[in-house]
Design a protein around this ligand. Structure first.
Ligand SMILES: Cc1ncc(COP(=O)(O)O)c(C=O)c1O
Length: 358
């Protein structure tokens, strides 16, 4: 059990704080201004409770699956504020969404051909970033239509009005956004039906640098203000940067072992429920022990799950010696954590709690 305010919460648990989510959205809004549309990328966390709060704040979504599309609709997000993209979509999937007034960004010329001429979709194309930036950099070479093929795309469907990209993950500098804005605006000049450019997400979450978010968002706004055309709108699709600080994950220490000079801290959950270490080998965990201020005398440690899977790790770090019964907090657990959980070890889902829900 842990106590926050007057309430007790049972570990293992994720505790989402809606007040923090609202603060993050408001910060993005005020830094980017009303001119730039923000769509929340649901792959970071598709929880309906989050989507409902975002809808209250007038934020739409970027989705890449039917399930996340349905979540967005269930949260009452207006169709006009939902953008759907992906790859390898079947004709059946495209027909399923065809009557909706959402936007849909096709990943290839053959995907575009699957869209009926009478569909209600606002159409866009995902642009292959390697061919757009031509600097040898492409975070996802498998995705998108080469810029040489845009004319062919428009011949297939002349309703295409959106150019959509994703420029990379955990981006800390605005240069790449600048290059993309300028290149996409050049393309928009060439193809007069284009009325929207969409930069995707990818903004880093950098809590150690308090000015970071402010700096990069202000720079993006300034680049846009210096280059924008009156007939083109700009969309950004942050996932991680909006929700990562809006949840914490808590686990209880059930056992402690020292093997080969390392402290193994065995907790009452599994890396399958906090999979940043298993999937990304991430080491950005911001972990602490509830009620413990003294973090001196840290030891090489691994926080591990309660299974026999040899890589059932939540974090590998230098950590003070803990005791059975201690509660460990993972501070920034709102993005790509619960949403990315793995199913294979059969460990119970953690409790889910919300603070400051409207
Ligand atoms: C097109 C697009 N937009 C937004 C996102 C969200 O990215 P992030 O959570 O890094 O902001 C992704 C992630 O893959 C994406 O592909």
């Amino acid at each position: 059990m842990i106590k926050i305010g007057d309430n007790y919460y049972q570990t293992p648990c994720y505790i989402y704080d809606i007040k923090q989510l609202i603060q993050n959205v408001n910060a993005f809004r005020s830094l980017l201004g009303e001119d730039i549309t923000i769509l929340y990328a649901t792959m970071a966390n598709p929880r309906i409770e989050i989507l409902k709060e975002l809808n209250n704040l007038d934020i739409g979504t970027f989705v890449n699956s039917i399930e996340h599309l349905k979540n967005s609709l269930k949260a009452n997000i207006p169709e006009k504020k939902i953008n759907f993209a992906g790859s390898g979509h079947s004709k059946a999937l495209i027909d399923e969404i065809s009557d909706l007034n959402i936007s849909y960004c096709a990943d290839s010329l053959s995907q575009l051909k699957l869209i009926n001429s009478d569909s209600n979709l606002d159409l866009g194309i995902r642009i292959n970033v390697g061919t757009l930036l031509m600097n040898g950099f492409d975070p996802a070479p498998r995705l998108g239509i080469n810029i040489e093929d845009i004319s062919k795309a428009i011949e297939i469907n002349n309703k295409i009005s959106i150019l959509h990209v994703y420029l990379g993950t955990n981006l800390e500098e605005s240069d790449i956004y600048k290059k993309a804005i300028i290149s996409l605006l050049d393309l928009a000049k060439k193809y007069p039906n284009i009325n929207t450019i969409d930069l995707g997400g990818g903004l880093a979450f950098s809590p150690n640098d308090k000015n970071f978010a402010k700096r990069i968002l202000l720079e993006i706004k300034q680049i846009w203000d210096n280059n924008k055309h009156s007939n083109i709108s700009l969309i950004v699709e942050p996932g991680r940067a909006l929700v990562r600080s809006a949840a914490k994950f808590y686990v209880k220490v059930e056992d402690v072992k020292i093997n080969n000079g390392k402290q193994y801290i065995v907790v009452n959950s599994s890396g399958t429920w906090y999979p940043r270490k298993i999937i990304h080998d991430a080491n950005d965990h911001f972990v602490s022990i509830i009620g413990r201020k003294d973090f001196a005398n840290t030891q090489p440690s691994v926080i591990v799950g309660s299974t026999t899977f040899s890589k059932d790790f939540l974090a590998e770090l230098k950590f003070p010696i803990v005791e059975i019964g201690d509660v460990i907090e993972f501070k920034y657990a709102g993005a790509y954590c619960e949403a990315m959980h793995l199913d294979f070890l059969g460990i119970d889902k953690p409790n889910i709690y919300f603070l400051n829900q409207s």
